[in-house]
Design a protein around this ligand. Structure first.
Ligand code: UT7
Length: 303
């Protein structure tokens, strides 16, 4: 479809494969599947869940929210459900939001989902973006844990002044946005890749240090870092700045491409199922994305 090569894509992005939804399949079906697996893993039923937050920048409907669709499909009849959009940082934002409700006692168990059907908002004639994005979903269940475990600290950042570096128009379409999409697919992601790249490396390293410093911790104290996976060169740049080796990472981008808000929960799930995460392990989840947004969380693994 575009002038590119396997070699360029693998070398410049680290992506070898991707998963793409059938044209007539909604993205939320992946979210339902991920939620069922997360509930099973947590030994809970859908009725035990009081809150569902779904992070997405590619919802199938503007209303109903994907969170409500999934609540209905699961039979999670006791749950409050809503979508949250912080683009690729969505999972971090959703997890921190859910944590507040658990901490203040309003809810007991929350299901947090990152779910993206990015193939539907990809312009397959734009080589700057069409080689990057994939479809995917990941989910986690959170609840109260023993003192000293779980989420120890978090940080959320936003910079709306730089927001036009990644855009995906919905109802408001300006001439400027049309010009960025000469192929006429106006509901597609456009980005200034180089600007986002520079922002991402800086944001991920600074957000990681910020949440650790508050706790008097350093990267030496971490067993794992789970970054948003948009490009292996971005991750490599950030961990180099932090002085961390890639043994502390679990890469999934080579198999799934950039799956935005789903990349962190998918990596977390894979690492957990492979038995890599042990009780007491310290880890940082860190993301960046459209908005612009970025954020980080320190977790002491409780299971
Ligand atoms: O999750 C948040 C969303 N953001 C992101 O995922 C992306 C962040 N940015 C990136 O990952 C990288 O900037 C890209 C992968 C988008 C681009 O990589 P780059 O190393 O920054 O390339 P570049 O934009 O500096 O372009 C280098 C060359 C250019 O050719 P010339 O001008 O040097 O002749 C591009 O036209 O590579 C060319 N190019 C391609 N060539 C083959 C750009 N895309 C492609 C392509 N295939 N798909």
């Amino acid at each position: 479809m575009v002038e590119t090569s396997n070699e360029w894509i693998i070398k410049r992005t680290g992506i070898s494969e991707r998963r793409i939804l059938n044209e007539d399949s909604p993205a939320y079906i992946m979210g339902i599947e991920a939620s069922r697996k997360a509930l099973e893993n947590a030994n809970l039923t859908a009725e035990d869940i009081d809150l569902i937050i779904l992070a997405t920048e590619s919802p199938d409907y503007m209303t109903p929210s994907s969170a409500c669709i999934i609540q209905g499909a699961l039979g999670a009849k006791n749950a409050t459900a809503f979508d949250l959009n912080a683009a690729c940082t969505g999972f971090i934002y959703a997890l921190v939001t859910a944590q507040q409700f658990i901490a203040n006692g309003m809810f007991k168990h929350a299901l947090i989902i990152g779910c993206e059907g990015l193939s539907k908002v990809t312009d397959w004639k734009d080589r700057n973006t069409c080689v990057l994005f994939g479809d995917g979903a990941g989910a986690v269940v959170i609840g109260e844990v023993d003192e000293g475990y779980g989420i120890l600290n978090s940080f959320l950042g936003s910079d709306g002044t730089a927001g036009m570096n990644i855009t995906l128009p919905n109802l408001h379409l300006t001439e400027a946005e049309k010009e960025k999409r000469p192929n006429g697919k106006y509901n597609s992601i456009w980005m200034d890749g180089t600007e986002v790249f520079k922002f991402a490396v800086k944001a991920m390293s600074s957000a990681t240090l910020r949440v650790l410093e508050d706790l008097n911790m350093t990267v030496e104290d971490l067993s794992y870092i789970f970054p948003h996976q948009a490009n292996t060169r971005i991750i490599d740049g950030a961990i180099k700045k932090l002085g961390v080796t890639d043994e502390k990472l679990h890469y999934v981008i080579q198999k799934y491409g950039n799956i935005s808000s789903a990349s962190i929960p998918v990596a977390l799930d894979e690492a957990s199922r492979e038995g890599k995460l042990k009780k007491g392990d310290n880890m940082v989840l860190v993301g960046f994305g459209g908005g612009l947004t970025w954020g980080s969380i320190v977790i002491k693994w409780a299971k």
